[in-house]
Write a protein of this length. Structure first.
Lengths: 897, 286
């Protein structure tokens, strides 16, 4: 989550769901919280009962809108225009929380004079390289500072990478000093961040917002007024978002835009405030903390790149921030190596750093699919994912799977991704023939969560333990069992090997006690290793400040250090909040870091350390006790005085001043402006979705210039856009989403009768006007098509998906598509994601399934070989029209510096 | 207050009368109540039919659905002052057996399968029910329904149609164990509140007063009044529009209310008939 990571220092929700009850205003945007997080939504309802305003900004009127005190409908993908409009509203009227902004953010910092804004370069920032299609970020820096190597830019400078500037969710980049060299406390300097912000957003007027988003000026202004009236010393407002923001080619920047607003209003680190990143699965937060991602190691430690870092010192130096808590990078990394390799890793062999696998390219999911299609991937393991239904452009995925040598699918049921070779739209159409597919498919039945011990890390960084209720049936096994025994067997096989490449596997510590007839590994033993211990004494560590860089401590994930404090499974604590003092309930499970529930909570006190107000007291400086105290674990060095000024040459957290609450950042402040750590700009800018019927009203640069897109991948063609000829074939905006009744790609819900019956069929949601326009009948069938594919759905005509009035009175219709269905299970249907393209956000390689374009017509789709023919005919028609007058975007055509 | 028919016969074993207060103003339509009910009570799947009726694919209460969430899309603002944004409203209401104070189903059951529990609730005993179906038309809400599924089609002994009547038991088994019913337990927003009926009525009155003060459109209690046609519901509701909007009868009356009078009238008529016929014979002979 680089959106939050670069802004505040950690890639996690800044608050917890229970604290929403203390909010005076809650803005839910990019999320359908009531439907997708119904249990957490009780705290929104609680806030509403206490008189809070609940605002839902969303293309559709959903079950969340139904509970809100205000719903504003906007065009899918126009979120940054809306959020930027709020920034402009705040800045133009000087409504920001001055003291907070001045002390706790980088608003006063002066930026390098080489920096040029999108306002000057028609939609591009300085440093754009049209050949490489990426930014050189040197000119984005603080004045007087050099770009410093960091985890934040570990892959920068490597070729075509389609790579990371940020790592997945890491943190802001490192700075060579703690305090920025040039500041203007009056925040008047034309190149200080606050003034740059003003200039950047000056044209995001309510009128521009209205004609870009399709809402009314009045509704937009009401949102601004409500938000401002409910922020400040006495009041706080919270934002909740989910993948409705993430899944765009500008997804990270949407989250960044929210971070800018919350900083200006002083809502971070305070009760009732914050940004709640709502995750789509039970442990998605956990799977980035201890990642299933290719480019980071546990605790957001960057994966080393093949072309860098000769030795350990080199790697440590490049990734250590001289100031802030990333200053102890060596201790985190060395302790991880000790957890992996035990006594085989020591100072003499650089803790086996040199033997670690390296990345040499983009290895993200979509890029891998492209490689599969090119026949370059031999084998693939799918676990906990159903790409044939859940990923954008399912057809490209299924065709890719058919070109593998082998495929392993571990799941609780035989999902579409396992059955693609005999049951898929391509088999139906004849594009794939089972007898011609060479892929050897292994389906390995998985145990469900009720059949194993383990922990979930939820949306608010909370690790919650769960216990096995029943033994898994037959051959079903837990993931832990699978990976443990796989590793054990591989180690056995390699016992005699002298090959260099096998050394690392042979060096692995792979000792976990097992129990029961199936030899299930002890999940608690794994959690203990994640927590870590002092090697000599075997004493469990109490938190990451105890980690050592000399190999004397072992820790599997430094941010989780403390979860097994005192030899007690802290995540298994289940004392309800009503048996504890207040809603923070620290004895319910365990949250990273250090069991803090609201992070950056030093910001809940003023620079002198006193609560901003009695009503919003949370963490404060106790002068008598000479320490920070409050309702939560203070997110600050306990005895660091509010008036502490770092001495010259101070390192790590000692370089952070007593009035700078964002201790993970190199300068201790929240970043309104991100000089380093993002691929697509230091400030969020409105760009149109990759596929959209509109031009960018602000710039001739239409879409995010840094977005990842293929040039000519036959399996992933794009619709013509904006005013391009041929765009009229795909004139509608389509957005995909989930329903309460099903879970993501449906493997766990379409197979369960009690859930299958509640939403038994794929449907589309359209407004009566659109239904009239194209002849759709409520309850009948519609065929929805893009350049990629066509699907059919039952028609639900409803006022909940309203047409929007755009610029020049143009009306835009939106088509709503839940994406849960596939060909397997008790209830089946076409997959909405088959329609989507694979253009991606440049920071996190996430697909844009929340806003693209489509056509729709009445009736069922063609069947068999007629289906691809139908799609191809429309596409050829559209593309041949487009090719007569193709649009050239500035991103391709122009050098800017 | 009106005493639930049959409840007082428990004497020492009588327990406080309990029920549901379903507050639709906080219902988010998640259907967790429907699922939890089926999980706990082993109620079968009710078929995979997409209705197109908003997000309601359950349709109605039946032998195989003991909680049913209704969805109503309206062009009407949430608040009378017009607040609520677009002027759209999406009402959601989790319906359930009303556990009437005067329950007609009890009156008509010839086997004693339907009975009043010590908690004042109305329960069908499946081992006694003979599937006669008298209770089905007797219920003013259409709650009672015969199950037409085989309990276990794969097992010869259970492959025949069930044929018996099934409905919400207010989780009688859970109550006996000191637990709240499954639906209330699963409800994330406290839309379904379980408790002593008297206490729920007080809570509902306070809730209604608050919503009225805040200007909520159409807020009203349904089934709270012990003087209504069924003597008040054991499971009553706070609605945001007229009951008809949710598919509920506006003024339910216990269908057996007029039975005694009908019997009296009928007996009188029969008596008159006997007298008349006798008189005819007598007269004929004379």
């Amino acid at each position: 989550m680089p959106g939050l990571g670069t802004s505040f220092g950690r890639g996690g929700a800044t608050t917890f769901q229970q604290d929403l009850q203390n909010a005076d205003c809650i803005v839910i945007m990019g999320s359908n919280m009531a439907e997708n997080h119904p249990v957490g939504f009780q705290w929104v309802m609680e806030a509403r009962e206490r008189g809070a305003k609940v605002i839902h900004v969303d293309p559709r009127f959903t079950r969340t809108s139904a509970m809100a005190t205000k719903h504003v409908g906007i065009r899918a993908g126009s979120d940054i225009a809306f959020l930027g409009g709020i920034v402009n509203y705040i800045l133009e009227r000087d409504l920001y929380f001055r003291e907070y902004v001045e002390h706790y953010t980088n608003a006063p910092v002066i930026i390098d004079e080489e920096f040029a804004d999108t306002e000057e370069l028609d939609g591009l920032f300085s440093g754009w390289d049209p050949e490489e299609r990426k930014y050189d970020i040197e000119s984005w820096m603080y004045e007087g500072m050099e770009v410093h190597g960091s985890g934040g830019e570990s892959e920068q400078g490597f070729k075509p990478t389609k790579g990371e500037a940020s790592g997945h969710g890491g943190h802001g980049g490192a700075l060579s000093h703690g305090e920025p060299p040039s500041e203007d406390e009056t925040m008047q300097h034309p190149r200080c961040v606050l003034q740059l912000l003003k200039k950047h957003y000056a044209r995001y007027t309510p009128e521009l917002v209205a004609e870009t988003c399709g809402c009314s000026v009045e509704d937009f202004v009401e949102v601004c007024e409500t938000l401002v009236a409910n922020s400040g010393r006495e009041r706080t407002s919270a934002f909740c978002y989910a993948v409705g923001w993430t899944q765009h080619t500008v997804g990270v920047q949407m989250i960044r835009a929210c971070a800018v607003i919350q900083q200006l209003l002083g809502n971070i680190g305070r009760p009732g405030g914050g940004i709640l990143a709502l995750r789509g699965h039970a442990s998605i937060q956990g799977s980035t903390d201890i990642p299933t991602l290719y480019n980071i190691l546990p605790g957001y430690i960057p994966m080393p790149h093949a072309e860098s870092y000769g030795d350990l010192d080199n790697y440590i130096e490049a990734n250590t921030s001289p100031t802030g808590w990333w200053g102890h990078f060596r201790a985190y990394f060395v302790s991880l190596m000790k957890a992996y390799f035990g006594e085989n890793a020591n100072a003499d062999n650089d803790f086996l750093f040199k033997s670690l696998p390296r990345i040499d390219d983009d290895n993200s999911a979509y890029w891998t699919v492209e490689q599969m299609l090119a026949g370059k991937v031999k084998g693939y393991i799918i676990a906990g994912e159903n790409p044939a239904v859940g990923h954008a452009n399912g057809k490209a995925h299924r065709l890719g799977l058919a070109r593998l040598e082998w495929l392993v699918v571990r799941d609780v049921v035989e999902i579409e991704s396992a059955a693609f070779w005999y049951d898929s739209p391509e088999v139906e159409s004849g594009e794939l023939k089972p007898e011609e597919i060479a892929t050897e498919v292994f389906f390995l039945p998985a145990a469900a969560h009720t059949e194993k011990d383990g922990s979930f890390t939820n949306t608010q960084r909370l690790l919650q333990w769960h216990w096995q209720a029943v033994e898994p049936k037959d051959d079903c096994r837990s993931d832990l069992w699978f990976y443990f025994h796989l590793g054990r067997r591989i180690k056995q096989r390699l016992e005699e090997s002298e090959e260099q490449r096998d050394k690392l596997i042979k060096a692995l510590r792979w000792e976990y006690p097992t129990h029961s007839a199936i030899q299930e590994p002890d999940a608690e033993a794994v959690l203990q290793e994640v927590n870590g211990w002092e090697i000599a004494s075997g004493k469990f560590l109490t938190g990451y400040p105890e980690l050592k860089d000399d190999g004397s401590t072992l820790c599997g994930c430094w941010i989780y250090c403390g979860c097994f404090k005192d030899g007690i499974n802290q995540t298994a604590r289940k004392k309800p909040h009503w048996e504890q003092d207040g809603h923070v309930a620290p004895e319910w499970a365990w949250a990273w870091p250090a069991n803090r529930r609201i992070i950056y909570n030093r910001a809940s006190a003023d620079p002198e350390g006193n609560p901003w107000s009695e009503r919003k007291r949370y963490v404060w400086w106790d002068d008598g006790e000479e320490k920070w105290t409050g309702l939560d674990v203070p997110d600050f060095k306990e005895d660091k005085r509010p008036d502490y000024v770092p001495p010259d040459g101070a390192k790590a957290e000692d370089a952070i001043a007593g009035d700078h609450p964002f201790i993970m950042q190199a300068d201790g402040r929240a970043w309104l402006y991100v000089p380093q750590g993002l691929e697509d700009g230091p400030l969020p800018t409105h760009y149109e979705p990759h596929e959209s019927p509109f031009d960018n009203p602000l710039y001739s640069q239409r879409a995010n210039p840094g977005r990842q897109q293929n040039q000519d991948l036959a399996e992933d063609p794009y619709n013509p856009v904006a005013d391009e000829p041929g765009a009229e074939i795909y004139p509608y905006v389509v957005t995909t989403y989930r329903l309460t009744e099903h879970h993501t790609a449906g493997g766990m819900t379409r197979t369960v009768p009690y859930l299958a019956e509640l939403q038994p069929e794929m449907f589309c949601e359209v407004h009566p006007d659109l239904a009239r326009e194209v002849g759709l009948e409520h309850g009948g069938w519609a065929t929805i098509y893009t350049s990629r594919s066509a699907i059919e759905a039952r028609v639900m005509v409803t006022e909940r998906v309203r047409p929007l009035k755009m610029k020049d009175g143009r009306t835009v219709h939106q088509v709503g598509l839940p994406y849960h269905w596939g060909s397997r299970g008790l209830v089946t249907g076409d997959s909405a994601n088959d329609l989507a393209h694979m253009a991606l956000d440049p920071n996190v390689h996430i697909q844009e399934v929340k806003a693209f374009t489509c056509g729709i017509r009445p009736g069922r789709r063609p069947r068999g070989p007629e289906l691809p023919r139908f799609v191809a005919e429309l596409r050829q028609q559209a593309h041949s029209r487009r090719d007569q007058d193709p649009r050239v975007e500035p991103e391709e055509a122009r050098k800017t510096s | 207050m009106t005493v639930a028919d049959g409840w007082e016969t428990y004497a020492d074993e009588q327990r406080e009368r309990v029920g549901f207060f379903t507050d639709t103003s906080v219902c988010i339509g998640c259907k967790a109540c429907e699922v939890a009910c089926k999980e706990w009570n082993l109620v079968p799947d009710d078929g995979h039919v997409w209705t197109g009726n908003s997000y309601d694919n359950t349709g109605e209460l039946s032998a195989n659905t003991w909680r049913h969430v209704a969805f109503v899309e309206q062009e009407k603002p949430l608040l009378t002052n017009g607040d609520g944004g677009t002027g759209l409203r999406w009402l959601m209401e989790s319906d359930v057996c009303k556990h009437c104070t005067h329950a007609a189903c009890l009156d008509v059951c010839p086997t004693g399968s339907l009975f009043r529990t010590e908690f004042g609730t109305v329960v069908v005993q499946q081992d006694i029910c003979n599937g006669c179906g008298y209770c089905v038309p007797a219920c003013p809400f259409g709650v009672l329904d015969k199950r037409h599924l085989a309990p276990a089609p794969d097992l010869p002994a259970f492959a025949k149609e069930d044929g018996r009547v099934w409905k919400c038991t207010l989780c009688y088994d859970r109550l006996k164990g000191g637990h709240e019913p499954a639906c209330a337990k699963a409800c994330p927003t406290k839309s379904i509140q379980f408790g002593p009926l008297e206490e729920l009525r007080e809570r509902a009155d306070a809730r209604l007063a608050k919503l009225e003060a805040e200007g909520w459109n159409g807020a009203q209690l349904y089934g709270r009044d012990p003087e209504d046609g069924v003597g008040g519901f054991g499971a009553f509701f706070l609605l945001l529009d007229e009951p008809e909007v949710y598919g509920l009868p506006p003024d339910p009356i216990v269908t057996t209310r007029d039975l005694p009078e009908m019997w009296t009238n009928m007996l009188a008529a029969a008596g008159a008939l006997v007298v008349g016929v006798a008189a005819a014979f007598v007269g004929g002979r004379s």
